[in-house]
Write a protein that binds this ligand. Structure first.
Ligand SMILES: C[S@@+](CC[C@H](N)C(=O)[O-])C[C@H]1O[C@@H](n2cnc3c(N)ncnc32)[C@H](O)[C@@H]1O
Length: 280
């Protein structure tokens, strides 16, 4: 790493790190420049270990040593805490940041090859939820994640952080076609289960045990407010619910529903979780 000390938060070399809390600005900037941000020493190491190439790293002078052993070909910008705060918009006194290049997403065929259990996210809007679902899916042994075209970005800083780096190791891609996307998954051999707290659905565990153990299963999860669209509910093979107590709560947070459903999926037929190499 090539260490460069910078004092001016307006230095153009620091442009990747501008106003990290400004979601609209960042969405635009990151998409346009093909980058994503990783925050914290562990997550930065995991992104690098997963093969993502860093554009640069940013550390405060007091924390200059934390990534000294990282063998990457990128500049390391060292700044005072005050400069970092003015630049990124929050106190970075314990943190480390890095800007990485995004890679192209794999094709749907590549992501589904050999997969038995997948999670399919429709139009989730909250990056924290997306990150948490990746973490649960990876931790519980799901093989891949497929996103609807409008689902929030797993490589957004908040998703990356909450996933603890699972977005780097769990294969995922995005459907090009929201309308016909589920048919592509079905043609690839997946039995599609729409997770919905609504009536007219079967209890999840009962529905899971009715699926042939050799058949791949896709768990469809809907947006935080309205849930799955009518189109996806209609195109699923089964509608399933996680039974609720009826005590003034009519649905779970989507991350809680995802974790329960991932567990049921990877333990169907009494199976234990499949252990993958590496881990997050
Ligand atoms: C907050 S819920 C949306 C609630 C919405 N009113 C609905 O009827 O779907 C977000 C997502 O979490 C999942 N979910 C939440 N509670 C569930 C339950 N009890 N059974 C199955 N899925 C559930 C569904 O996939 C849902 O689309």
């Amino acid at each position: 790493m090539h260490v460069i000390e910078i004092d001016d938060p307006a230095d153009p070399r620091l442009a990747d790190y501008t106003r990290l809390r400004d979601v609209n600005l960042r969405r635009h900037l990151e998409a346009e420049h093909g980058l994503f941000m990783a925050e914290g020493e562990k997550v930065i190491r995991r992104a690098a270990a997963a093969g993502y190439a860093p554009r640069s790293l940013l550390l405060t002078r007091r924390r200059a040593e934390v990534l000294a052993d990282l063998d990457v070909d990128a500049p390391l910008y060292l700044v005072e805490e005050e400069t970092a705060e003015r630049l990124v918009g929050f106190d970075l006194h314990r943190g480390a940041l890095a800007a990485f290049h995004r890679g192209p997403l794999p094709s749907l065929d590549e992501v589904l090859a050999g997969a038995r259990g997948i999670v399919v996210l429709e139009d989730l809007v909250d990056h924290t939820n997306v990150g948490a679902i990746f973490r649960s899916a990876a931790g519980l042994g799901v093989d891949a994640v497929v996103l609807a075209p409008r689902c929030a970005d797993p490589l957004y800083r908040r998703s990356v952080k909450v996933s603890m780096g699972a977005v780097f190791t769990l294969p995922y891609t995005r459907l090009d076609d929201w309308y016909g996307g589920l048919d592509e998954l079905r043609e690839a051999g997946f039995h599609l289960m729409a997770l919905t707290p609504g009536e007219d659905s079967r209890p999840l565990r009962e529905a899971m045990s009715a699926v042939d153990p050799d058949t791949g299963v896709g768990l469809l999860l809907g947006t935080e407010g309205d849930g799955l669209s009518a189109r996806w509910l209609e195109r699923a093979d089964t509608r399933v619910h996680i039974p609720m107590s009826g005590r003034d709560v009519d649905s779970l947070n989507v991350t809680a529903a995802a974790a329960i459903a991932c567990y049921e999926l990877t333990h169907r037929g009494g199976a234990g979780v499949r252990v993958h190499r590496g881990g997050t």
